[in-house]
Design a protein around this ligand. Structure first.
Ligand SMILES: Nc1ncnc2c1ncn2[C@@H]1O[C@H](COP(=O)(O)OP(=O)(O)OP(=O)(O)O)[C@@H](O)[C@H]1O
Ligand SMILES: [Mg+2]
Length: 338
């Protein structure tokens, strides 16, 4: 972060309505030069709407947005030529080859033929697409298309890259590839705004996270800052099935909320705000109920707790292969299964 330089993105009081639906309700956002900002929110939160405004594809109803020093409403061409963008849905042309796609973007960005071809070759190599360079992009796997899309966003080395859900729908390997590519950009000093529904993605890639829900920013800060604000988790493991009911009673009494129960693991968890005091009460209550405790303790909150605390929405699991699960924010609550 360079506190002395002007922010790369400065959004103030943006409103956007679609007919009767208020998609953005006064959003403020600042992204510093060289920073990675994750815009984290569930389906329909307004992420793509904000991205479209920042990339000049949509006009805000009110409020202002300045990108790389240019106002999106009065100087949209300047904004467009100063950013790289990869959308939620891949924009590469399936009929053109990978090489042709990148050359086309380079020519549209004003490069001469020879420079365009060199830039295309370099980017194809960087995203491990050299072998597939001569094939129509329509024959690429989902992960390859995303990589090509990301490569297209980097033509001309823009100082700011905006990525709308760069890994949604990707398999675990392709997701890791994308994370690596984003990591390389970061090392190169590129400022990045990325939207995501995946808590892990925000946690892993971003310097700061802005949580957006129903068109409004509900929290902003580093992952650690957000987690600290959400308190802690009380975790308890009991010996067998018979201990679960009394343990639930004890924790409910000590914490004032129903704990989440994983029956198979004989494990109970509850989000708590005053950890040490609650732990003392919980131990006393467990003793009262005569519960056979195997393990009890406090742990730091996770980003899912943060999201739950902020929006009342839990997480669902996006499959990441081999039985692994990655939490994504969503309206449905599916914690019991975890
Ligand atoms: N062109 C449009 N016309 C009408 N409503 C729209 C339009 N675009 C978006 N919306 C509505 O605005 C809200 C915000 O949509 P947006 O696409 O910005 O959400 P999002 O956070 O990107 O969600 P997702 O994670 O599903 O991509 C949604 O309720 C959506 O239905
Ligand atoms: Mg979207």
């Amino acid at each position: 972060m360079h506190p002395t330089t002007a922010p790369t993105i400065r959004v103030h009081g943006i409103h956007k309505k679609f007919r009767h639906h208020h998609a953005l309700r006064g959003v403020d956002l600042e992204v510093a030069s060289g920073e990675v900002m994750a815009l984290l929110g569930p389906n329909g939160a307004g992420k793509t709407t904000l991205v479209k405004i920042l990339t000049t594809l949509l006009k805000p109803d009110s409020g202002s947005a300045v990108v790389n020093g240019w106002d999106v409403s009065s100087e949209p061409e300047k904004v467009r030529s100063s950013i790289g963008m990869a959308g939620q849905f891949a924009t590469v042309d399936g009929v053109l080859t990978g090489f042709e796609n990148l050359c086309l973007v380079a020519r549209l960005r004003g490069m001469g033929g020879r420079t365009a071809r060199r830039v295309a070759d370099d980017l194809l190599a960087r995203f491990r697409l050299t072998e597939a360079a001569g094939r129509p992009a329509g024959t690429y796997s989902g992960g390859m298309r995303r990589r090509l899309d990301l490569a297209a966003a980097l033509v001309g080395s823009p100082p700011l890259v905006i990525l709308d859900e760069p890994t949604t729908g990707l398999d675990p390997e392709a997701r890791l590839d994308t994370w690596e590519a984003v990591g390389e950009l970061v090392t190169g000093g590129t400022t990045i705004l990325l939207t995501t529904q995946y808590l892990e993605e925000a946690d892993r890639l971003a310097d700061r996270i802005t949580v957006i829900d129903r068109g409004a920013v509900v929290a902003e800060g580093t992952s650690d800052h957000l987690k600290a604000g959400a308190g802690q988790r009380l975790v308890l493991c009991v010996a067998d099935d018979a201990q679960l009911a009394p343990a639930v009673r004890a924790l409910a009494r000590a914490t004032g909320t129903e704990p989440e129960v994983n029956r198979r693991a004989h494990r109970l968890e509850a989000a708590v705000t005053d950890g040490s005091a609650v732990l003392g009460r919980a131990l006393a209550a467990l003793d009262d109920e005569g519960v056979d405790v195997l393990e009890v303790g406090l742990s730091r909150s996770t980003l899912d707790d943060v999201f739950l605390a902020l929006t009342g929405k839990g997480v669902t699991q996006a499959p990441t292969g081999k039985g692994a699960a990655q939490p994504a924010v969503n309206g449905a609550r599916a914690r019991e299964a975890r």
